[in-house]
Ligand binder design. Structure first.
Ligand SMILES: *Cc1c(COP(=O)(O)O)cnc(C)c1O
Length: 406
């Protein structure tokens, strides 16, 4: 029996929600592939992908099946028991990566929290309390818990909440000399996003990651890659570390891992995992059967040669067209990124106006993202149809040309 739903509008947000977000004026109500419909029936093309989350677009049949099959089987048993979907997912991740062990949780911040706690724990056990310092990079983003905003280090996210976690320093991204100057025997971990996502889609230089790996080894520090945004096919490799060929000690994954269902993972080696003994860390929902069943289905689709090759081809399709739009309008000085994580850097005349580009795009029925005030970001479905790319970029081009003329 269906129950009548109370009607709600965007205005309700301002009455009943904590005002920490400022959502768009329309409410999406349905999605299919890379198309989304709002309350009024308007259709939009989705190049935002829920911020690099909807890896297989909306309502992908394989994910709907995995979720509904599991929903009819077993939802939750707590970590007092293990469950089959979690074990199957862990096997898939271990088989596909450097890792021997997985810890499941529910968000990117939680995966990083686990990574940072593990790094501190390992150093504490092996070397004592002095070795607890974490080196992160300027403008990095690792989530919104107090530990992760402290490691992220951006004042706009971390100031005004009282004392921060201490023992954390920040060095400029892609600057190996700066890392070399900062690292010491007190360093327990260096954490790097292989591509800085939130702060502008900035890919790491290969030599930087190789150098960071070497410095960590020389100082008995662990190398953590935050792959919450870059992982699960986004770069055209299953994880960005594989794209670069530089292997971390600990890797965090979330966003695309669940394709829209909340799940995250921290991956690591046997030797490190042994430091999180029974009782040292945990989470109620982490590794629940629903999330794990969906993530396993995501991996089954993404981690195939066809899908990964398709991501690289779609990168070229986006990039060449975006470069052309940038040249014709003078709006972009550079189009950068890897795979289907692409950033259009606004030229000097348009600096600070990424939000205006987003708004103009939405008026032309295409959803895009920003990555800071100066970069327009694209993080679409990894299996977006070429026809949707072309149609969406037609709409985007119209939006940008109108903006440039205005
Ligand atoms: C989104 C993101 C996070 C935070 O993930 P949540 O699921 O929002 O907690 C952490 N690190 C990176 C690189 C991200 O892009």
């Amino acid at each position: 029996m269906s129950v009548e739903q109370a009607p709600v509008q965007r205005a309700d947000f301002d009455q009943v929600m904590v005002p920490n977000y400022s959502p768009a004026a329309f409410i999406p109500v349905r999605g299919e592939g890379s198309r989304v419909w709002d309350q009024s029936g308007r259709e939009l093309i989705d190049f935002a992908g829920g911020i690099a989350v909807n890896a297989l677009g909306h309502c992908h049949p394989a994910l709907v099946k995995a979720l509904t099959d599991q929903a009819n089987t077993l939802w939750h048993v707590s970590n007092v028991f293990t469950n089959e979907p979690a074990l199957r997912l862990a096997h898939k991740l271990v088989d596909a990566t450097f890792a021997d062990r997985a810890f499941f949780c529910n968000s990117g911040a939680e995966a990083n929290e686990a990574a940072f706690k593990l790094a501190r724990r390992v150093a504490h056990d092996r070397f004592g309390a002095d070795k607890h310092e974490i080196i992160a990079t300027v403008n990095s983003f690792h989530g919104r818990t107090l530990f992760t905003v402290s490691v992220g280090g951006q004042p706009k996210y971390s100031d005004g909440f009282g004392p921060k976690i201490t023992g954390i320093s920040h060095v400029p991204y892609n600057d190996l000399e700066a890392l070399k100057a900062q690292i010491s025997d007190k360093t327990c971990a260096v954490v790097i996003e292989p591509i800085q996502g939130e702060s502008g889609v900035v890919p790491a230089d290969l030599a930087y990651l190789q150098g960071a790996r070497k410095l960590c080894d020389e100082h008995n520090a662990l190398l953590i890659f935050d792959e919450v945004q870059t992982g699960v096919g986004r770069t055209g490799s299953l994880f960005a570390y594989q794209h670069y060929g530089v292997t971390p000690d600990i890797l965090s994954s979330a966003k695309s891992l669940g394709g829209g269902f909340p799940i995250a993972a921290m991956l690591t080696t046997n030797a490190l995992a042994s430091h999180l003994a029974v009782g040292t860390h945990g989470t109620t929902y982490g590794g629940n059967p629903l999330g794990c069943a969906v993530a396993a289905a995501v991996l089954d689709v993404v981690n195939t040669p066809e899908t990964l090759a398709g991501i690289k081809a779609k990168h070229t399709r986006f990039k060449s067209r975006l470069e052309k739009i940038g040249q014709e309008t003078g709006l972009f000085s550079q189009v950068r990124g890897v795979g289907l994580l692409i950033g259009c850097v606004l030229s000097d005349a348009w600096k600070g106006k990424a939000k205006d580009v987003l708004n103009a795009a939405e008026k032309e029925n295409v959803m895009v993202l920003q990555a800071g005030p100066d970069v327009v970001r694209f993080a679409p479905s990894l299996v977006i149809e070429d026809a949707d790319i072309d149609e969406g970029l037609d709409r985007f081009e119209r939006a940008v040309k109108q903006l440039a003329q205005a």
